[in-house]
Design a protein around this ligand. Structure first.
Ligand SMILES: [Fe+2]
Length: 198
């Protein structure tokens, strides 16, 4: 009986290691991957209709650490970049406040990936609030053939990140990012996103 079950499972799924090192898993004719970016809470502070922009800074945030965030968005095979993906990003301001009302849409923006699936924005390292680690929210709401992705970016070395708290799974660790200096001597982090096919 056990053997029979085993044979059945093998018949339905297979996997291969892609050139990026991720596993491609085929199950019931659907491709799943283990590169897919893990999800995180959307949280109560998402706002629709944020303006398209690459700069989330404003007069008054000058005491915070300036930060550039870059990355690429990839598809089901873990290596094909996806262009024209719309990404919402948002975080709290330097006073730990989320702008839910003003026309300024402070610390919020929509960004599109370019021909190479790349995105970038300028901001600052947000302060922690309400016991949570410092974080930046992401939402890819709709992109053809892929599931919605709500996730968050964290910072390496943040003492508020605790095991079995905000970070639960192996992939979650890939969203805890080291801040490095880029070629222009600016603090930068890189978060690549891997979407899950429908
Ligand atoms: Fe938040």
């Amino acid at each position: 009986m056990q053997r029979r079950t085993f044979v059945k499972v093998i018949g339905l799924s297979a996997f291969a290691i892609s050139s990026t090192g991720f596993k491609l898993i085929e199950e019931n004719g659907l491709i799943k991957t283990d590169c897919a970016t893990s999800t995180d809470m959307l949280g109560p502070f998402f706002r629709k209709n944020a303006p398209r922009r690459h700069d989330l800074t404003y007069a008054g945030n000058d005491k915070e650490i300036p930060l550039k965030v870059i990355g690429q968005v990839f598809g089901a095979d873990c290596k094909t970049p996806l262009k024209n993906v719309e990404i919402d990003v948002w975080h709290c301001d330097h006073k730990q406040h989320y702008d839910m009302e003003s026309d300024e849409y402070r610390c919020r923006g929509k960004i599109m990936t370019n021909e190479n699936g790349e995105y970038w924005f300028k901001t600052f390292v947000p302060p922690p609030y309400a016991g949570r680690p410092k974080h930046i929210h992401y939402l890819i709401h709709e992109f053809d053939g892929y599931q919605e992705l709500a996730t968050q970016l964290y910072f390496k070395g943040d003492k508020k990140i605790k095991p079995n708290n905000w970070i639960k799974y192996r992939w979650d660790e890939k969203r805890i990012l080291e801040i490095y200096k880029n070629a222009e001597d600016l603090s930068e982090v890189k978060l690549d996103l891997y979407l899950t096919p429908i």
